[in-house]
Each structure stands twice: as structure tokens, then as C-alpha cells.
Design a protein around this ligand. Structure first.
Ligand code: CTP
Ligand code: CA
Length: 228
């Protein structure tokens, strides 16, 4: 069966997507991580592939995986692994979408042997991980588009606007955990898309598949207005 993909602005565009959590080793059997399922990033990967884009998904450890064989998946574990993979793929990318829940810190010196419970108090010293979106925001060429996410436990629009500017994004998708329908390991999401000119689009509660469509529609509009 031949699938004919209509001529959309994303056809043959190279899209790099980071998704899922990262795992930061404490010792060979333990790690620090978060509740990200990768579902949002995988939904975007599917939708972009359906629109004819060449998708590279840089995916942290999660039980979910993309179903479309046309999506090239690069499996990574730690934030540093994800950073290396993202730097490699960003060079050729037309679009970068940063949906991963990257661990902000990692154990400074992971133990090489399993840590024994022979102390009453055990402290792990943590150091900051590279900010992938911010680093690549500095490398961003004028013809490239970057989209980021912000997860906040409060209202969060001020913080999201700062992230939009700090990371040199074209727009940012804000989720707040104040919404019971939004966030980690849910099938639905409710978001605010915030643009550089302070315009904002608030979505109702919807599936992550539907939100992926809205995000890519906005990306297509941006590509359309710069190409024409
Ligand atoms: N991000 C990233 N690399 C990191 C941390 C975050 O690429 N080391 C990206 C995320 O994928 C997301 C955006 O930056 O697109 C915002 O992530 P978020 O955790 O909300 O913000 P931080 O900048 O990490 O700030 P904080 O956690 O302190 O709110
Ligand atoms: Ca963070």
C-alpha cells in the first residue's frame, strides 16, 4: 500500500525531538529520575511523521515506543547521553522540539559498586546537568525553529516566558500541574502556547495526540510565514 503524503510545510523537513525522562546513576543499580512517560514527545513524533517529516526521536528510558517505523529512534539514558545525541542531530535539523523531562542534576560521582546500607545517613552530592535546549538555542541558525515545554507546579506563565527567551525558542508549551488533567503519565493535556511577541493560545483539555496536532499546526504557520 502506498501512502501519499500531501504537500505540507513539514514534508521532508528534518525534525529532532527529545522525549521521556533521563536516568542519572547513583550506583550500578540505582538512579534518580522523574515521572515522564515520553507520551507527549512520541505523539509529536507520530504526527510529524504523518505529515511527511523525517523524524529523529531522542528518547530517554520509558516503556512507550513509537509505532511508526519511519521514526528514527535514538535511545539514551542520562542527560549527558541525551545532550550528545541532540548535539549530533541538531546540526542537520530544520526543527528541534525539546519535550524531554531532563534531570536537572546528576550524582557528582556515581559509585562503581553497589552502595551498602552501612550508614545511618547517606548523602549524594549532585551537580547540574547541561541545559540541552539552552545550549542548542545558542547554536540555532536563523532558518531553524525551536519549540520547548515548561512544566510548572504553579500558574507559571512568567517562568515560561523567561524559558522561552533564555532558550531562544520560537514558542513554548506551558503545562501546569494545577490542572488535574495535565502533565505526567496522563493521556490528556491542557496547555498554553506562548510566543515571542507575547501572544498566547490556551487549549482546552484534550488528548496528547490532539495537542501534538495543534503544536505542529502552529509550527507550520511559522514556517509558512518565514518561507513566503
Ligand atoms: N530542558 C533541556 N535540558 C535540560 C533541562 C530542560 O533541554 N537540562 C528543556 C526541556 O526539555 C523543556 C525546557 O528546557 O523544553 C524547560 O524545561 P523545565 O524543566 O520546565 O525548565 P528548566 O529550564 O529546567 O528550569 P526549572 O526546572 O528550574 O524550572
Ligand atoms: Ca528542569
Amino acid at each position: 500500500k502506498q501512502i501519499i503524503i500531501p504537500n505540507t510545510p513539514l514534508k521532508n523537513k528534518k525534525i529532532m525531538i527529545t522525549a521521556g525522562p533521563t536516568q542519572e546513576a547513583i550506583d550500578p543499580v540505582r538512579y534518580i529520575s522523574n515521572h515522564s512517560s515520553g507520551k507527549m514527545g512520541i505523539s509529536i513524533a507520530h504526527e510529524a511523521a504523518k505529515r511527511g517529516a523525517q523524524v529523529t526521536l531522542i528518547l530517554g528510558p520509558t516503556a512507550l515506543k513509537p509505532e511508526l517505523s519511519s521514526i528514527r529512534t535514538v535511545h539514551v539514558s542520562s542527560a549527558q547521553d541525551m545532550f550528545e545525541a541532540a548535539k549530533t542531530h541538531h546540526k542537520q535539523a530544520d526543527v528541534a522540539i525539546f519535550s524531554a523531562a531532563v534531570a536537572d542534576y546528576r550524582p557528582e560521582k556515581p559509585a562503581t559498586e553497589k552502595i551498602k546500607k552501612d550508614q545511618q545517613v547517606y548523602a549524594v552530592s549532585l551537580v547540574k546537568n547541561p541545559d540541552i535546549a539552552q545550549y542548542l538555542g545558542k547554536q540555532k541558525r536563523t532558518e531553524q525553529f525551536h519549540i520547548g515545554f515548561a512544566l510548572e507546579t504553579d500558574e507559571g506563565s512568567e517562568s515560561a516566558k523567561n524559558k522561552l527567551l533564555n532558550k531562544n525558542l520560537d514558542f513554548i508549551v506551558l503545562n501546569t500541574l494545577l490542572d488535574p488533567e495535565a502533565g505526567f503519565q496522563k493521556d490528556t493535556n491542557k496547555a498554553t502556547l506562548i510566543f515571542r511577541n507575547d501572544e498566547a493560545i490556551k487549549t482546552p483539555v484534550m488528548t496528547k495526540e490532539k495537542l501534538a496536532k495543534i503544536i505542529l499546526n502552529q509550527l507550520e504557520t511559522l514556517i509558512g510565514t518565514t518561507e513566503n
